[in-house]
Design a protein. Structure first.
Lengths: 647, 235
């Protein structure tokens, strides 16, 4: 019998990556070089088709900039880029009958930094690609937020005109949501979930690579909308019709950017679902899965069910704009509230898409760092499912003042408030897990406990927003801005940081600097609260959101918030410095620095190229801290590494 | 759990509750109330605030205690006694929040029903919004037009909303009432002003370039002064 590792090694040797050719043939080799000429080529083809069609139909003008940008730059060029970088090579070869390499694992592993800039099918490499890309967009989105706060430091207009200001907060929110929080969780899960399941990779490694490469396309699209005439899309990340239909050109960059990012999430979610359902190691029943896996399972269900709705809503806006359809044009029988219903049918579940993976990370960190089993494991998993189901029945709570059918408000209020119950179960269970534990307050644990406290505040302000009469007063004010930042910053971002610090030794094989990690936490924690807590107050007192100018009564608080937000922004420098220096020169990490029981910690740091030398056998629950003799899994990695086995 | 730690837990809980109450009571969280609806909405606000302070105190007490008391000693590598759950506790923290949110839902639904009902002999006003200004018309007074919303005190008002281009939103913080104005549909809003004065009227739905400047004023007047103004020709 041969071990998996040996089998893979044989194939890697036999079918290893062909060395890049020299000379002009290098232009045909999959990679950024080929992408650099294929993207413009596809842009030309796309624009050519538009011009030909318009010429054939005698539509004037034949050269119509907006449609050429849409078809050529936002649809065809990205496809050319993907084809050039090699995302489709295998499928194209297969479909035209050219020889494929069915056991080709040449795309696995990273041996130099260049391997991160090519289509790589290794879930661990893709996880790192996801995380570095999303952190880049996190920084971009954060800088936009700093510009927003600079403008708001004083009443009146300081630095920007209104259109630019509206563009700043719209792109800030879109980047943070679509290019940071959602894919950052997908990145962590990409690295961790197959390891936790005892699987050698994701179920569809090529699809996994494709879903990653869609992301930079979406992000660059949204950022580059600042460069087009008329400026960036400026109707908020919600892009309500009919306003968004009549905005300058930048809007279609949002409409299409959402499509690429959405396609990426759907593909990843399908991949996670198939991986979790079919690739669990022997003995890994659903009730033995770590809660991070449960969280990504429920999140993926939310993604595949909900994401097509936002894709639809953005297509409708684009059709109204470019094809002169009338989805939201009341003069021709359109219905503007239709946009909001479709949009929120995705975007409310999206809140859980942005939170449930964080719940999973918090559960992993809290249990390992408290040296106690998760309190009420099954109820924790079931409450995830309850949030999933209830999450689809609450979308109209974003529309209590929208003018929708009034009878909808009370039922939607009831389902909204009911979500507090499974969420409360989770919070209380984490606290019970910490209770009487032996807590190691390392950096990931600080973020996880910080997350609980901030998320409780965000949850409680959510109760105010769920109660219709209060919501009528505070909806579209800074109270909402405060609430979403307590949930998405204090909630999602804190757990992303917890996850990054927790798995940093596993991902890089090196340890981060604990002192800098703690400094990063405390700066962020204090800066975050000073920035966002006062927003509750100015909101209830009467400051609307999404304004570049405001009444002088709010001047003091806004100056205070702006100064605090700059300190908050500066705390990110500590994080970046810690990550970069630790990755290069940090002390070498042990395989299991947290003495954790889940499977990813039972292999080396970083894990071997195919994760496990032999498929592990799962024999127990993942959080049996303190149970004498309990084991989660049995591995024979050591034997496989030392003994030469007969073929 | 020892008796000493229960006492400590309660002390921390009371302290957390006191801090939260101070945060709730010291700043002026809500603008002056100038309508009957505002009074009811404020009641819901303080009702929810009370429940939130209660929940916050419990969570704060438990987490502060945990962070303070249950640190691992530097050389202690052992695990804790494995506690996997406690059915009674789990039922309690499912049932109690369910009851609390049910109470909030009932109070909210009652207040909403009251706020939605117009009083006797309501004054009807048509509200028009377009990028980026407000205008008003009084159908009961020969469609008299105005750029400022003038209302009589202590009389129920039904505002019928019309948006001419994109979605706007009508909000007077002192009235606590808010309603989006959507092209193609005409939602209504009920307000019963009960304090004479001038208030800010704010557009709260992003409506384009001039959104931040789309403001207007509401002037609540004595009924006879309002009648005199409304019957006068011109603005």
């Amino acid at each position: 019998m041969t071990s998996i590792a040996e089998q893979h090694e044989v194939h890697a040797v036999q079918h290893g990556p062909p060395p890049p050719p020299r000379g002009w043939r290098r232009l045909l080799y999959p990679g950024l070089l080929r992408a650099a000429w294929m993207a413009p080529l596809f842009f030309g083809i796309g624009s050519g088709i538009v011009v030909l069609c318009r010429w054939w139909g005698s539509w004037h003008p034949i050269w119509f900039g907006e449609v050429i940008i849409l078809v050529g730059a936002l649809i065809a060029a990205p496809i050319g880029f993907l084809a050039g970088i090699g995302a489709f090579d295998y499928w194209v070869r297969y479909s035209i009958g050219a020889p494929t390499r069915p056991e080709d694992h040449s795309g696995h592993g990273a041996y130099s930094w260049r391997d991160y800039f090519r289509v790589n099918t290794d879930h661990k490499v893709i996880g790192i690609q996801y995380l570095t890309t999303t952190i880049f967009f996190f920084l971009a989105g954060g800088l936009l937020a700093m510009l927003v706060r600079a403008e708001l430091a004083k009443p009146g207009m300081q630095f920007f005109d209104n259109q630019t200001y509206n563009g700043l907060f719209s792109v800030h929110a879109s980047l943070m949501i679509f290019l940071f929080v959602i894919p950052a969780f997908a990145g962590i899960a990409n690295f961790v979930v197959p390891l936790m399941l005892g699987a050698p990779d994701m179920a569809f490694p090529r699809l996994n690579a494709l879903s990653y490469w869609l992301l930079p396309i979406a992000g660059i699209m949204m950022l580059s909308s600042f460069l087009v005439p008329g400026g960036a899309f400026a109707s908020g990340w919600t892009g309500y019709a009919p306003l968004s239909v009549h905005q300058p050109l930048g809007t279609i960059f949002f409409n299409m950017g959402v499509q690429w990012a959405g396609a990426s999430s759907i593909m990843t979610a399908l991949n996670f679902l198939v991986t979790i359902i079919t690739m669990r190691a022997p003995g890994m029943t659903f009730w033995r899965m770590p809660l991070l896996v449960w969280a990504n399972f429920t999140t993926s269900l939310l993604v595949v069910i909900a994401t097509p709705f936002i894709a639809g809503s953005q297509f409708f806006v684009m059709f109204d704009r470019i094809m002169h359809t009338h989805f939201f044009d009341t003069a021709a029988g359109g219905y503007p509230l239709g946009y909001q219903h479709i949009f929120w049918f995705y975007s409310h579940p999206a809140v859980y898409i942005m939170m449930l993976p964080g719940f999973g990370i918090a559960s992993e960190v809290i249990s390992a760092m408290s040296r106690k089993p998760i309190f009420g494991y099954r109820l924790m998993a079931l409450s995830l499912m309850a949030i999933l189901v209830l999450g689809f029945s609450v979308w109209a709570h974003h529309m209590f003042v929208s003018g929708m059918a009034p009878w909808l408000r009370v039922p939607m209020m009831i389902t909204t408030l009911m979500i507090a119950v499974p969420t409360g179960i989770k919070v209380f269970s984490w606290l019970a897990t910490i209770w009487e534990g032996k807590i190691n307050f390392s950096t990931p644990m600080l973020w996880a406990v910080g997350f609980i406290s901030m998320f409780v505040i965000g949850g409680l302000s959510g109760i105010y927003l769920g109660a219709v009469p209060i919501d009528i007063h505070v909806s579209d004010t800074y109270f909402v801005v405060a609430h979403i930042h307590y949930v998405l910053f204090g909630g999602s971002l804190f757990t992303i940081f917890a996850g990054i610090y927790y798995w940093f030794p596993k991902m890089t094989g090196r340890m981060y600097d604990e002192r800098l990690g703690k400094l990063h936490f405390w700066l962020t924690f204090v800066g975050f609260n000073l920035t966002f807590f006062p927003m509750h107050l100015i909101g209830t007192q009467g400051m609307p959101r999404r304004v570049s100018d405001y009444a002088p009564t709010f001047a003091h608080w806004n100056l205070f918030i702006s100064v605090a937000s700059f300190a908050l922004g500066a705390s990110t420098i500590v994080f970046l410095y810690n990550m970069v220096t630790s990755m290069r020169r940090g002390p070498v990490a042990e395989a299991n620095p947290w003495r954790s029981l889940t499977l990813e910690w039972q292999v080396s740091s970083p894990p071997p190229i195919f994760n496990f030398d032999e498929i592990p056998q799962v024999v127990g629950n993942p959080y049996e801290y303190g149970v004498p003799g309990a084991r989660h899994a049995v591995l024979n990695g050591d034997r496989a590494a030392t003994e030469v086995q007969p073929r | 759990m020892r008796r000493g730690s229960i006492v400590q837990l309660i002390v921390i809980g009371v302290l957390a509750g006191a801090v939260a109450s101070a945060v709730a009571l010291i700043p002026d969280w809500l603008p002056h109330s100038a309508s009957r609806e505002a009074g009811r909405i404020d009641f819901v606000f303080w009702f929810v605030t009370g429940i939130c302070i209660f929940v916050f105190s419990i969570v704060a007490a438990v987490s502060v205690m945990a962070v303070w008391k249950f640190r691992a000693k530097p050389d202690d590598d052992s695990d804790c006694p494995p506690i996997h759950g406690h059915t009674g506790l789990e039922i309690a923290w499912t049932a109690v929040p369910a009851l609390l949110v049910t109470a909030i839902a009932i109070v909210s639904a009652i207040v909403l029903a009251k706020d939605d009902a117009a009083g006797a002999n309501p004054l009807r006003v048509d509200v028009f919004a377009q990028q980026f200004f407000w205008s008003y018309s009084y159908p009961g007074y020969g469609n008299k037009r105005s750029d400022v919303l003038r209302l009589p005190v202590n009389r129920s008002v039904v505002l019928r909303m019309t948006a001419k281009d994109v979605i706007h939103s009508f909000w007077v913080p002192e009235f606590r009432q808010k309603q989006d104005l959507v092209p193609g549909i005409h939602p209504t809003l009920h307000i019963t002003p009960n304090k004479v004065g001038t208030y800010r009227l704010i557009c709260t739905e992003l409506c384009g370039l001039g959104h931040a400047l789309m403001r207007s004023r509401v002037i609540v007047m004595q009924p006879d002064a309002f009648e005199t103004w409304a019957r006068k020709k011109g603005p």
